[in-house]
Write a protein that binds this ligand. Structure first.
Ligand SMILES: Nc1ncnc2c1ncn2[C@@H]1O[C@H](COP(=O)(O)OP(=O)(O)OP(=O)(O)O)[C@@H](O)[C@H]1O
Ligand SMILES: [Mg+2]
Length: 351
């Protein structure tokens, strides 16, 4: 959405439910370069979930978010002003449909007409964009597969205000799924891959095939569900539960094995969503998913890769967006964590 631009450095901004992450990217070839990055984590939501930065049921406070962004820019000494930001899954509406192959202008007309039947709001209140993501032969002839993205204008205005207050130029907005796909899927990966971005209050589940986003869904079971399970199960406060989750994960020693017992039912809900996506995609595309990539803070849970592998029967790896950029040598010791945690922000920055 909006225009692409000519300037050299871009700031990818990922406003999540519990943190704001930014990645400063310098355009370049053969690879763009990650110049700087930073994250501001909110923690008040641990005790009071309604203090999350945003959630499907919450309104994003423009001024507070802008202030947080300014603070983050101060801390990181980043001066780049041109921003590409992500729109969370719960603020957008994504759908896929097939139409006959035709010229781009005709496709435009047909998509606008078709869009009306898929959209939750009248066209006057919504901004739409479509992308052709594939072609397939059917009994009725060759069809093109269209990804339709719509975002309420109210939401777009909100983002424009946030960046204006923060003194930044919002150049483009993009749904998280597209940024994730760009950051984590290699151009040689032609087979379909399932990607699960386990955040704090949201898990995004997408399928990418031939570099195109082909399935996009989300569930609100995510990192916070796991923390809550520990807090409730052990009768401890959320901060302590968060600490235990991060330090021990699924690899707790025998004395703490209870931790896994508490975590697994919630992890299973996320895995069930992933399996549902796999089945749904395989049924409609006729292709089969062989690999799962995990991303987001939740992918740092110790032992998650093995458990996902066992439950899905697929190869599982942790996403690394740093393969798409050059980065300073000093970053090497933290590469694994940065490449995963900043996937959306980096994906936006290299658009
Ligand atoms: N080492 C770790 N082990 C387990 N969980 C972790 C670890 N590190 C971070 N997390 C969890 O990751 C979550 C935050 O992930 P992330 O930063 O991707 O969220 P977000 O982008 O702010 O949220 P969302 O994507 O839902 O909007 C928190 O629930 C946090 O507890
Ligand atoms: Mg996120």
């Amino acid at each position: 959405m909006f225009n692409v631009f000519g300037s050299k450095n871009v700031l990818g901004v990922d406003i999540g439910t519990a943190s704001i992450k930014i990645a400063e990217i310098k355009k370049g070839s053969p690879k763009p370069k990650l110049l700087n990055y930073g994250m501001l984590e909110a923690s008040a939501h641990l005790e009071r979930p309604n203090e999350a930065i945003q959630a499907s049921s919450l309104k994003l406070s423009e001024r507070q978010t802008a202030e947080a962004l300014k603070e983050l820019l101060n801390q990181t000494k980043i001066t780049t002003k041109d921003v590409i930001a992500s729109i969370p899954s719960f603020s957008s509406f994504v759908t896929f449909f097939d139409i006959p192959v035709m010229s781009a202008p005709d496709t435009q007309k047909v998509v606008s007409f078709q869009a009306k039947q898929y959209l939750p709001l009248p066209l006057s209140e919504i901004e739409i964009e479509w992308i052709k993501v594939g072609e397939k032969d059917t009994e009725e002839g060759k069809k093109q597969q269209v990804l339709l993205i719509s975002v309420p204008k109210e939401q777009i205005i909100k983002y424009q205000n946030i960046f204006k207050i923060a003194g930044l130029n919002l150049k483009a907005l993009e749904i998280e799924g597209l940024a994730l796909a760009r950051a984590l899927i290699g151009s040689n990966d032609t087979e379909p891959i399932l990607l699960a971005d386990i955040g704090c209050y949201n898990t995004n589940i997408i399928v990418v095939e031939n570099s195109f986003l082909r399935y996009n869904n989300f569930t609100d079971y995510a990192g916070a569900s796991l923390t809550r399970a520990i807090a409730n199960g052990l009768g401890i406060d959320a901060r302590r539960a968060e600490e235990l989750k991060k330090n021990r994960g699924l690899l707790a020693a025998a004395a703490e094995a209870e931790l896994s017992t508490l975590l697994l039912p919630f992890l299973d809900v996320i895995i069930r969503e992933a399996k549902r996506a796999i089945n749904s995609y395989q049924n409609s595309s006729g292709t089969s998913i062989k690999k799962v990539i995990l991303a987001g803070g939740g992918a740092n849970l110790l032992g998650i890769e093995k458990y996902f592998e066992r439950e899905t029967g697929l190869e599982v790896e942790i996403g690394n967006a740093l393969t798409k950029v050059d980065y300073p040598l000093e970053l090497e010791p933290m590469a694994r964590e940065v490449g995963n945690t900043f996937a959306v922000a980096i994906g936006l920055g290299i658009k």
